[in-house]
Write a protein that binds this ligand. Structure first.
Ligand SMILES: [Fe+2]
Ligand SMILES: [Fe+2]
Length: 257
């Protein structure tokens, strides 16, 4: 693979990942809200979901840092590249943001369906990362390799609380047709959307970080990319990651890939 092709492939892959990480932690906010209203006494479950949310935010920050080090912004991919967006749309006939919170609070069947969607998405993500870590193009980038190794380590703790909730309520982990839908969404993304985006000329890049609209202070840390002529305010050093501090802000830590 030529370096030009590899760079575009990695940029595109990173763009799809950073979109999904952002979608992930913002969507989990909804799940946490529902879980708290359903059973405020179930502190163990709520704590597990909160940790899941923190991990997805950490993943988002790592990709953001990776793009900053490359001196560029992610491609502007949208919800058509979001695994959880597509899964929720098919399973609930509704966008994530339009989900009926009250119905999820009162209807066990709906909440169980949401748990299965999240758990299947996480298990899918884990298998995908395992595959990527065997890829030579990923291995050619030590920082990206380190990011995927961290995600691989985190992932099992992400599906566990949802599957535990299903088990506690005597429900199955997944149904065969839900696994088929999950597989279809994944294949569609990998075999159709990614190649089409790869060859699309003039694919625009984001001009703002996805978390900028949330008023998050971290949005101001990274550059708008070399194209915007901004210097990189993030301390130099390959393998430098970010992780959320306890107070919800972001601090930089050095990791050696
Ligand atoms: Fe993630
Ligand atoms: Fe995850």
């Amino acid at each position: 693979m030529s370096s030009c092709v590899r760079r575009r492939y990695l940029d595109l892959l990173g763009s799809i990942y950073i979109y999904n990480e952002h979608r992930g932690y913002t969507a989990i906010d909804r799940v946490i809200e529902v879980a708290k209203r359903r059973a405020p006494q179930d502190l163990h479950f709520i704590a597990a979901l909160t940790q899941h949310r923190a991990d997805e935010r950490k993943h988002y920050d790592m990709f953001r840092r990776w793009f900053s080090l490359r001196g560029t912004m992610p491609f502007a991919v949208d919800r058509t590249c979001g695994h959880i967006d597509r899964f929720v749309e098919i399973m609930f006939r509704s966008a994530i943001d339009d989900l009926d919170t009250q119905a999820l609070v009162t209807d066990d069947r709906l909440f169980a369906r949401l748990c299965r969607v999240v758990a299947l998405t996480e298990r899918r993500g884990y298998r995908q990362v395992e595959m990527l870590l065997r890829s030579a193009s990923i291995r050619s980038d030590p920082t990206l390799t380190k990011i995927f190794e961290i995600i691989e380590k985190d992932e099992p703790s992400h599906w566990a609380p949802y599957e535990a909730w299903l088990a506690r309520h005597g429900l199955r982990r997944s149904r065969w047709w839900e696994r088929v839908i999950d597989g279809f969404i994944h294949s569609e993304l990998l075999l159709l959307k990614l190649p089409l985006l790869f060859v699309r000329p003039g694919l625009p890049r984001r001009s703002r970080w996805a978390d900028a609209d949330a008023g998050d202070a971290t949005a101001q840390l990274a550059p708008a990319g070399r194209a915007a002529g901004s210097p990189d305010p993030v301390p130099a050093g390959i393998g430098s990651m970010v992780r959320p501090a306890d107070n919800g802000t972001v601090r930089h830590t050095e990791t050696t890939p």
